[in-house]
Write a protein that binds this ligand. Structure first.
Ligand SMILES: [Ca+2]
Ligand SMILES: [Ca+2]
Ligand SMILES: [Ca+2]
Length: 227
């Protein structure tokens, strides 16, 4: 019999293993980048993921997009005022009607992420570099470990995705794979559009659990008395 772990349990195991091996994963990571779509780039997005079990404020955070030709920052996206729930996603886009689960439709300009090669996306808190990925080659200091040579495609729907979500060994070559696009939901290996409406899990309060378990106990007692 096969046993499947839920994505949350799997991610927590990955996170725990990395901490135990001394390679603590970042609390917030750049989880998925779709910088190139077939034909015109009209639905680009960057997805962040909160690897931790607590809600985190994005006050002071910003995304910097870096031009590989000269290392200059060509776009700056201030994330102050937003927060990221535990083990959840935050999607930045330019057209929320084309990108499912977009949390911050920050511009009306399509084609806001350069197509390499290489270029980089960085997440900073103040002057501290929190996470970064250079794509289609090395671009220091934005390359973690060995650079990924993976390229988003102008002919196939795909994205650069950490798989599983939040995978962070500080080596881009290992952490990123080509995935189908999943803005605001679990990253998946492959290609195509795997977008699904994200559903926020609503935890059942402890009192409700006690009520339900009590009810099950009473029903069991009634059944035994009848038999
Ligand atoms: Ca682009
Ligand atoms: Ca394109
Ligand atoms: Ca995703």
């Amino acid at each position: 019999m096969k046993h499947y772990l839920s994505s949350n349990i799997r991610n927590n195991l990955v996170f725990t293993c990395l901490v135990l091996t001394g390679g603590a994963a970042h609390a917030i990571v750049i989880n998925e980048v779709d910088y190139d779509q077939p034909g015109a780039d009209t639905s680009e997005f960057i997805e962040l993921y909160n690897n931790s079990d607590i809600s985190l404020s994005l006050d002071g955070y910003r995304l910097e997009l870096v031009n590989g030709n000269n290392g200059s920052v060509y776009r700056n996206i201030d994330l102050t005022g937003f927060a990221l729930n535990a083990n959840s996603y935050f999607v930045v886009c330019d057209n929320a009607t084309l990108v499912l689960n977009c949390d911050y439709d920050f511009t009306s300009s399509a084609g806001w992420i350069q197509n390499g090669a290489p270029d980089a996306v960085a997440l900073l808190n103040g002057s501290t570099l929190i996470d970064a990925i250079s794509y289609e080659g090395e671009l220091l200091p934005y390359t973690g470990g060995s650079a990924t040579t993976l390229a988003d495609s102008n002919s196939i729907i795909t994205s650069l995705s950490r798989i599983p979500d939040g995978m962070d060994s500080h080596n881009a070559l290992i952490d990123f794979q080509l995935g189908c696009i999943t803005p605001g939901s679990t990253n998946i290996v492959g290609d195509g559009d795997c977008s699904v409406q994200s559903v926020s899990a609503v935890p059942i309060p402890a009192a409700a659990w006690l009520f339900i378990s009590g009810l099950i106990g009473v029903l069991g007692l009634v059944r035994r008395q009848k038999s």
